[in-house]
Design a protein. Structure first.
Length: 341
């Protein structure tokens, strides 16, 4: 899938009359000084591909909007042709070809993979960042996943509140185990599929469920076994919130976080993004859109050129933000330079 154009009105720093931007099928560069709105443009594309805003919805509306509303729209072509739009006020209302749709519906129709600057924590950060990477893929491939993950988090908060009050959390056992076990099983299945499209020798990923073995039955056994410890700790000690995804780079299983330089980690993240894109293309029969925020920062000239070759080789539509053109290639790129708007 690819965007032919988008139109923006009263979104973040894009105020006043509607701004229409045409895009090309391949690599599109969003260039500009700090504060010019590069990441804001990427955020508009995030909304139009069903992933929502990067922060609170109310924060995306321009302060000068007379009716305190923002609007986004676009035309998408490729495997299918669609008109997509978003009206933003206290909430985001999405429409596809004139019909109201959910975020899940939109993600399936216009799949995308997003990299934000904070995603460097995918390699160096705590397990929650790697779980988020897998959760996004699960949400694309298994439509009920996002809803069930939200339900599980609600049950987990309820369970934690009971434990803090010194009360038995037993009444939450059934939904906690049912939802938690299903989430762990789904993560394992999706990661197994992801492993089938990883380029040999690049890296490897391994899912380590918190219990050693995922599933509702094992989670219930763990709750029973650790009930007294859980009451003492005043928070849940078992469940999908403790799952880990290990990323290693060679046959010896060296952790990527320890073995790679900062620039190499950025290249590895690019490989992860492209690998996820391959799985999306295989599963959904649609080429993904890649949204990359300042991915080429801290890469030397050779690293940037390698990144260009990898991205150009996918033949997907790619959006990259940067303060200036990051590639030396003479190839003509699409996009926009916000510094000269």
């Amino acid at each position: 899938m690819r965007f032919d154009f988008i139109a923006i009105k009263d979104f973040r720093n894009f105020t006043g009359s509607e701004l229409k931007i045409n895009w090309t099928p391949g690599i599109n560069l969003i260039l500009g000084r700090n504060g010019s709105g590069k990441t804001n443009l990427l955020e508009s594309l995030s909304i139009l591909t069903g992933w929502g805003a990067f922060t609170k919805t109310s924060g995306v509306i321009s302060w000068s909007s007379q009716n305190h509303r923002s609007s986004l729209s676009g035309h998408v072509s490729g495997e299918e042709t669609h008109e997509v739009s978003a009206e933003i006020s206290s909430r985001i209302s999405l429409r596809l070809d004139g019909k109201s749709v959910s975020f899940t519906d939109l993600r399936l129709s216009i799949p995308s993979v997003i990299f934000l600057t904070g995603n460097l924590n995918l390699i160096d950060g705590p397990p929650s960042f790697r779980r988020l990477f897998i959760d996004r893929l699960c949400a694309l491939f298994v439509p009920p996943y996002a809803r069930r993950l939200a339900d599980f988090k609600y049950v987990m908060r309820t369970r934690s509140a009971l434990l803090r009050q010194g009360k038995s959390p037993a009444r939450t056992d059934t939904p906690y185990c049912g939802l938690g076990g299903w989430i762990m099983d789904t993560r394992r299945q999706v990661l197994r599929e992801l492993e089938t499209v990883i380029t040999p020798g690049k890296f490897s990923m391994a899912f380590t469920p918190a219990l050693g073995v995922p599933g509702a039955e094992y989670l219930r056994e763990a709750l029973e076994r650790n009930r007294s410890r859980e009451l003492y700790a005043q928070h849940p000690l078992d469940g999908p919130n403790y799952d880990e995804v290990a990323i290693t780079i060679d046959a010896n299983g060296r952790p990527a976080s320890e073995a790679l330089s900062r620039g190499q980690k950025r290249r590895l993240i690019l490989s992860l993004i492209i690998t996820a894109g391959r799985l999306i293309a295989r599963r959904l029969k649609r080429e993904p859109v890649l949204l990359l925020d300042d991915l080429t920062a801290e890469l030397d000239a050779e690293g940037r050129e390698r990144a260009f070759r990898e991205l150009d080789g996918t033949k997907w539509q790619v959006f990259i933000t940067a303060p200036e053109k990051p590639f030396s290639s003479r190839k003509k790129f699409g996009g926009i330079n916000l510094s000269v708007q």
